[in-house]
Design a protein around this ligand. Structure first.
Ligand code: FAD
Ligand code: NA7
Length: 584
């Protein structure tokens, strides 16, 4: 019990360190047992306060300026709320984090070599070359275990955001066909609407991706970045070995390196795992996947399940524990609830134990059952692509548990080697995050800037059938930091006007605004409804600027829209009143 409470509080305090860089320091000390904790308090801690405290009997102690003892965790949080104001900007310049990145006076072929031409690598390369650096960028795609390959641009462009959003759009169109009937289009009999042709959709999506691949190659030429379609690995801290598709090996040297290799889907880790495909294969599947099992419950899993179901196929999702770990619990369950009501089946508290080929089906076995599927998609997370990078030869430290690279302001423990994007430890795995990191790192290294990435307060959207967008804290986290009494949760259900004549239950859509009662600042916004990405990003700007609840509700909305619901919200959870909507 003590351990769990401590862990929760430690997490809160660690978060405060990020929110108040340079102002708040969390020193997390772990002890094997209570006895050694008490010994430490008596021998090391009490003398620090020179008798100002008679007894410290709390698991968390807080103080100001190394001398003024405040008290327990609550006292510390109260002090933060009162004196530190709104969360500030990110940490100091990268060079301050580790040893300085000094020029060793040696001559190298390139100023900087970028390993990985995805969202982050491309952004950095173009910006650095424009600033006058001599840049080479390696990008090489290792085929998936099912043999799928793609072109320049990385995960987002080829097997991530872009094809995912296009297929999500296709699924929403299918829904619009139903709706169109109520608006006077088409036949009474829905079955006469055109059938969806998976292969034609894949053709259009892949054509677009190829045009993007081509565009990036042109950009590399125009920006004078030397693009090498080769796989790189370190031989020493300033030398890479490169291998091309024919197996030809060469070496390349540089003053600096940027590791932007992203990640790849994790295999299922059970017998027969090779029968499952992943998101790396899904977006170019020549035929519709048929009856599909998606394993995993985070956003890649739910998004894929959502659009496959939306295209008229039978889908089940196998959930090990909870939906959308890391997101707001209440919102996550609402996302799942909507999918379930629309016909996606959830197999809860289950994990595949074995996959077997039975005729042209895949039989999946789990604890309490087995079932045949046409396609199984493993969506249980992604591993950073760091295993064969020779990072040990360059002296770059890798996190033992995740394989990700720890860095401060993108600088690894080796001062001239940087890392960004999905490969970074503890940062959001999102394209705009990687792009921003690439641009700002280049500006700091080659254009005299000191601006660093604000990794907190990043807006995000889950493109499930009912989209979920959010920025800021989850309700659980806000309660941990502010306490139940320090937080108001304003919430409302709503029904988009466009849905009133066609489909949708009045209470499917929902939003909530989390407000810190001590200063009325908005600390989190959550929206479940159509066009969530478009809705939430605008509010994200105001959120970053420290918007109060009054700022939000005194903004005059645009009617009739769903985004105006944020400006109208007035019912708190605390009031116990129903958030259900009755009129416009
Ligand atoms: P990547 O884009 O993964 O690029 C890394 C590149 O490095 C790859 O091309 C790889 O082949 C190459 N490489 C690896 N090792 C080497 C080597 N040794 N030598 C040479 N080249 C190498 N994010 C969003 O913001 N919105 C979304 O809607 C969204 N949807 C997603 C949907 C899916 C299905 C997935 C999987 C991801 C999604 N993401 C989304 C996440 C987003 O794609 C990633 O955060 C982003 O692509 C990370 O960029 P990166 O530069 O770190 O790496
Ligand atoms: P995440 O966010 O790492 O989530 C992985 C999901 O898969 C999560 O629901 C896990 O359940 C589940 N999982 C993990 N291992 C297993 C096994 N062995 N069996 C069953 N289920 C498992 O992965 P995503 O692929 O959705 O996203 C990765 C990133 O890519 C994401 O941040 C995007 O930006 C792009 P758990 O909750 O741990 O029980």
């Amino acid at each position: 019990m003590i351990q769990r409470d401590f862990q929760k509080t430690a997490n809160v305090f660690a978060a405060l360190e990020h929110l108040y860089p340079g102002k708040f320091v969390a020193d997390i000390c772990e002890f094997d047992n209570e006895q050694s904790l008490r010994k430490w308090i008596a021998s090391d801690l009490l003398p620090l306060f020179k008798g100002t405290v008679a007894k410290i009997d709390d698991l968390v102690v807080t103080w100001v300026d190394d001398s003024r003892y405040l008290g327990d965790a609550q006292a510390g949080l109260a002090f933060v709320r009162e004196h530190l104001g709104a969360p500030g900007k990110a940490l100091a310049a990268p060079q301050a984090a580790g040893k300085p990145d000094v020029d060793d006076g040696q001559t190298y072929e390139f100023d900087v070599v970028v390993i990985g031409g995805g969202s982050g690598g491309l952004a950095f390369s173009k910006r650095a070359a424009r600033a006058g650096a001599n840049v080479a960028m390696l990008d090489f795609v290792k085929p998936s275990p099912h043999g799928t390959k793609w072109g320049l641009g990385g995960t987002c462009v080829n097997v991530g955001c872009i094809p995912k959003k296009l297929m999500h759009t296709a699924a929403l169109m299918q829904e619009s066909f139903h709706a169109a009937k109520s608006y006077g289009f088409g036949q009474e009999d829905y079955n006469s609407w055109p059938k969806h042709e998976w292969s034609r959709m894949v053709g259009s999506v892949q054509d677009h991706i190829k045009s993007l691949n081509f565009g990036y190659r042109v950009q590399m030429r125009e920006e004078k970045v030397k693009y090498l379609n080769k796989l790189g690995s370190f031989l020493d801290p300033h030398t890479l070995q490169t291998v091309d598709s024919k197996g030809v090996k060469e070496t390349i040297t540089a003053r600096r390196f940027l590791i932007a290799v992203g990640g790849r889907p994790k295999p299922l880790g059970c017998p027969g795992e090779e029968l499952a495909i992943s998101s790396d294969d899904l977006f170019s599947l020549p035929e519709a996947p048929g009856k599909t099992l998606v394993v995993g419950a985070s956003y890649v899993a739910l998004e894929c399940a959502g659009f496959i179901h939306g295209l008229g196929l039978e889908v089940a999702v196998m959930v090990r524990s909870i939906l959308l770990r890391g997101f707001d619990r209440d919102m996550s369950e609402r996302v799942g609830g909507y999918m379930e009501r629309k016909g996606v089946r959830f197999i809860r508290e289950a994990q595949p134990q074995k996959l077997e080929k039975v005729g042209d089906k895949i039989r999946v076995f789990w604890g309490t059952g087995s079932e045949d599927f046409d396609t199984v998609i493993a969506a249980i997370g992604r591993d950073p692509d760091t295993k064969h990078l020779g990072l040990d030869k360059a002296g770059v430290i890798v996190d033992g548990k995740t394989g990700k690279i720890p860095a401060v302001n993108e600088q690894t423990n080796v001062p001239h080697i940087y890392a960004l994007g999905d490969v970074l430890l503890g940062k959001p795995e999102l394209t705009p995050v990687a792009i921003q990191a690439g641009k700002l790192l280049s500006d700091r290294l080659y254009s005299g800037s000191s601006e660093t990435v604000d990794y907190d307060r990043v807006c995000t959207t889950v493109f499930t059938p009912l989209e979920y967008g959010c920025v800021g804290w989850t309700e659980e986290h806000a309660k941990e930091v502010l306490g139940e009494d320090g937080l108001d949760v304003y919430h409302t259900n709503f029904l988009p006007l466009e849905w009133t004549v066609s489909h949708g239950e009045p209470n499917d859509c929902y939003l909530k605004v989390l407000v810190d009662l001590s200063n009325q600042k908005v600390v989190g916004m959550h929206y479940l409804g159509p066009n969530a990405g478009e809705v939430i990003l605008g509010y994200g700007v105001a959120f970053r600027l420290g918007m109060t609840f009054k700022d939000l509700t005194s903004t005059i909305g645009i009617h009739p829209t769903t985004t105006e619901e944020f400006t109208l919200v007035n019912i708190t959870k605390r009031s116990g009143k129903s958030p259900e909507k009755t009129g416009c």
